[in-house]
Ligand binder design. Structure first.
Ligand code: DX5
Ligand code: ZN
Length: 213
């Protein structure tokens, strides 16, 4: 399968978001990755439902919402109503992971579960049957522009070894230099912030990644 590119709009100019998303679409992006942070689960605050709603209203790209908030069950239904196609929340942030997955699905979206670099694959193992996606963080969640942690390569292999068959997504420091390795480990969805927004030719980069076999 070709690697799906989900650019993280955390790297965009928030005052010019509409144009940023349109440009990503023109460059061949597949999804748009929306990082929602509450200043509690992570030491940073970004945006909420309204931004997701406005973005999903202007693009046909798959709206990929990454919730970095405590007790995400309080908000998942609303994010789905605002146009999220996939809602991913952190295993470390939810009291009842199973109930949160069920709430996302009941609301009509795909459900993803994320794990921080220090969280072992064992933490998500009990839930693999009900998940559409597992997001393996290759940096501490909270900020763009951090260094890629290769621990994710092993985690991708472990997920397949325990029989997980859904989508895998890696987020944090992903670039053209580590994508071949990620691709070899069976990565499905690459989140890219800094690497795409700082690139001289994002369309060419996306085309190159799509061609990886
Ligand atoms: C970090 C966010 C990422 C971030 C990725 O907590 O979840 O999506 O924007 O940005 P880069 O690609 O710059 O590491
Ligand atoms: Zn993210």
């Amino acid at each position: 399968m070709k690697t799906v590119i989900s650019p993280s709009i955390l790297s965009a100019d928030f005052a010019d978001m509409g144009n940023a998303v349109r440009r990503l679409e023109q460059c061949g992006a597949d999804w748009v990755h929306c990082d929602v942070m509450d200043g509690v689960f992570v030491p940073n605050i970004t945006f909420g439902q309204k931004m997701v709603s406005d973005i999903s209203g202007l693009t046909d790209l798959v709206t990929d919402v990454h919730l970095m908030i405590t007790e995400p069950i309080r908000y998942v239904e609303e994010f789905v109503r605002c146009g999220a196609d996939i809602v991913t929340f952190h295993v470390e942030a939810a009291q009842s992971v199973a109930q949160t997955i069920a709430a996302i699905k009941k609301a009509g979206a795909k459900a993803g579960l994320a794990l921080k670099p220090a969280t072992p694959v064992d933490a998500v193992a009990p839930f693999i049957d009900g998940l559409d996606m597992i997001l393996v963080m290759s940096v501490e969640p909270g900020f763009g522009g951090q260094k890629f942690n290769p621990i994710v390569l092993d985690k991708l292999r472990q997920l397949r070894a325990i029989g997980y068959t859904g989508l895998t997504e890696v987020d944090g420091g992903v670039s053209l230099s580590n994508l071949p390795l990620l691709h070899e480990c069976g990565l499905d969805v690459a989140v890219m912030g800094t690497a795409l927004f700082k690139s001289a030719n994002p369309a060419e980069d996306i085309a190159k990644i799509h061609q990886m076999r």
